[in-house]
Design a protein. Sequence first.
Length: 268
Amino acid sequence: MFADYHVHTPLCRHAEGEPAEYVAAARAAGLDEIGFSDHCPMDGPEPFDDWRMLRAELPRYVDMIVAAREAATPFPVRLGLECDFIAGHEKWIEQLAVAAPWDYLIGSVHYLAPGWDVDNPRWIGRFTAGPDATEDIWARYWAAFTAMAASGLFDFLAHPDLPKKFGHRPAGDLQRFYEPAIAAMARTSTGFEISTAGLRKPAGELYPADEFLRHAHEAGLEITINSDAHAPAEIGHAFDQAAAAARAAGFTRTLRFEGRQRRRISLA
Ligand code: ZN
Ligand code: FE
Ligand code: FE
Ligand code: ZN
């Protein structure tokens, strides 16, 4: 019943395990598909940062996944990419979109400003740098996420709620952040993932929160359930828990992708 569509490779310099090991883990976990989605290369001067492939490595990434797919036949191995959305760089995403025969493109917000990746432990002090620091970070993140959703460039969006990674959440109802993002996703028919990665981080909960899930279901959005694996042992991690949260919010199906076309699989 499950596919894991958010999976990295050693090309991003912070994941371990060859594609064949991830595929073996997916089969062992009883999944019926796996899809790779390593961090995309970026435009402009390189290296952009120290946690992604270089532009010159993109063909090797595609070849690696295609080879893993051939070796795994008939087990389905999909080709995806986790793309960093940065406002003003939409043209780069359009170029990436035609650079390989993708099954799906994932949109992610990690960067709140040049050189500031919100999930990097290096910047953890910024959450507590002033009385409004966490509120300000969440506002920046969700403004960027909403712009990404409005772009319509992606099949689904990664780990909504990422700024809670280290356990920092603003006071009050978080719906004020979620609502514009959900509305933009509804307008562009963009899906999102329930990511079990948050369970493995200080946040200690799924990305996104249950409240986001409830409103997303009301708005007619569609989901995937993914691990964001950076090691083979993380494949399919806590998918039963994610599926339970999805069902509790009203979801009855998850999305599958091939050639950027959608299918729906029952969550029953
Ligand atoms: Zn990563
Ligand atoms: Fe990410
Ligand atoms: Fe990822
Ligand atoms: Zn990720």
